[in-house]
Design a protein around this ligand. Structure first.
Ligand SMILES: Cc1ncc(COP(=O)(O)O)c(C=O)c1O
Length: 379
């Protein structure tokens, strides 16, 4: 039996979500751009999904654009804000996902966009005073891009506070909500945010589909050139089944938000206590306050071990799936840029456990027992 504790990397597709998607593979498989009835039905399923997602965050339907993933959503927002909205300066943090950080590097190198990276404290919190100081000095069109819930350590930024300061200085605000959408509620009419990004596979939806929200006035044009799909905001034949599945998964998540949160947070706190008992020298990374920390993620720094980072491989051999820091696309083991920016030494072994509604206390017990055994074997 395996223990899957890597839900920040991706979650299992819900069986009900799959059932909602299946007809769009073999019954209503028309191209949504086709004029005939099968095409019109596919198109109307997309618009229904858009209505569902817009409703969940109190957006207007026209403000939701479907994409292929969180990476595409973030790339589109950042690159198109420069191309279409005249942004010349982007303020961000060192603990963004690589799809933001590498896009910022690209924009700096090829478009000479000024990039300001705000420091974070040793728990991953952004210094709001520094942000305000930076904003008070700007003299060019600026976008603030700050991750809402960090995927490696779970630290959350205060979206309302950031949105309000951005509003005060009349700058654009993008929050990468890939880890928090469908786990937390958002109301884009109350929080003056211009862009949000999300990805279905983080909340029991399918892989290969995401969306971004763009506030009415902040209109960017298509990042991908081609047909006029998504009202001209994103070319390419739509992933109809994926879009339907994403909306279904989001709706289900919202219906069970409170119960799921309670269950998952209980597991996170249980692991926190049990691992401390088993390995007193373990360190916890990120903010410990439940109100400022993603309830699905617990990041640990384990004491040194003769196996080093191969420790994770030893867990893997026992069917226990966790992550070093974040899921690494190349498979190569590189140090965590997030932990490094928080001043966490590379001498310890980072271990990220991320939970879903499907995890149980037994999963935590199995992990803790396996860790205890691995450390006991060394003495
Ligand atoms: C915070 C954050 N942003 C963006 C992404 C990229 O999302 P996707 O895997 O859908 O491209 C991830 C994925 O882990 C993430 O955690």
């Amino acid at each position: 039996m395996s223990v899957y504790l890597d839900n920040a990397a991706t979650t299992a597709l819900d069986a009900d979500v799959l059932n909602a998607m299946l007809p769009f593979y073999h019954e209503v498989y028309g191209n949504p751009s086709s004029q005939h009835e099968m095409g019109r039905k596919a198109k109307s399923a997309i618009e229904e999904a858009r209505k569902t997602i817009a409703g969940l965050i109190n957006a207007n339907q026209g403000e939701i654009v479907f994409t292929s993933c969180g990476t595409e959503s973030n790339n589109t927002i950042l690159k198109c804000a420069v191309r279409d909205l005249g942004v010349k300066h982007i303020i961000s943090t060192p603990i963004e996902h690589h799809c933001v950080l590498h896009t910022l590097e690209y924009l700096s190198e090829t478009h000479r966009i000024k990039i300001t990276i705000l420091p974070v404290d040793n728990e991953g919190r952004v210094d709001m005073e520094q942000l305000e100081r930076q904003l008070s000095l700007i003299n060019e069109k600026t976008l603030v891009s700050i991750i809402h819930a960090n995927n490696e350590v779970g630290t959350m930024s205060d979206m309302d506070a950031i949105a309000n300061v951005c509003d005060k200085y009349d700058v654009l605000y993008h929050a990468d909500t890939v880890q928090s959408f469908a786990h937390y509620k958002f109301d884009v009419k109350k929080t003056p945010v211009h862009f949000l990004s999300a990805s279905a596979h983080k909340f029991h939806g399918p892989k290969g589909v995401g969306f971004f929200y763009m506030k009415g006035a902040a209109k960017v044009h298509s990042f991908i050139h081609g047909g006029g799909q998504e009202r001209g905001y994103r070319a390419g034949t739509e992933n109809v089944a994926g879009i339907v599945g994403m909306a279904y998964a989001a709706k289900m998540a919202y219906e069970h938000l409170e119960n799921d949160r309670e269950h998952i947070l209980g597991l996170k706190n249980y692991l926190r206590e049990e691992v401390k008992k088993a390995l007193p020298d373990v360190e916890l990374n990120g903010v410990l306050d439940d109100n400022q920390s993603l309830f699905t993620v617990l990041s640990l720094s384990l004491p040194t071990h003769p196996s080093g980072s191969l420790l994770l491989f030893k867990l893997d051999m026992q069917g226990i799936y966790v992550s070093g820091s974040s899921a690494c696309s190349s498979g190569a083991s590189v140090g965590s840029h997030v932990l490094a920016s928080m001043g966490k030494g590379a001498d310890r072994i980072p271990l990220r456990c991320s939970f879903s509604k499907y995890n149980t206390k037994e999963d935590v017990d199995i992990l803790v027992k396996a860790l205890k055994n691995l450390y006991e074997k060394t003495v």
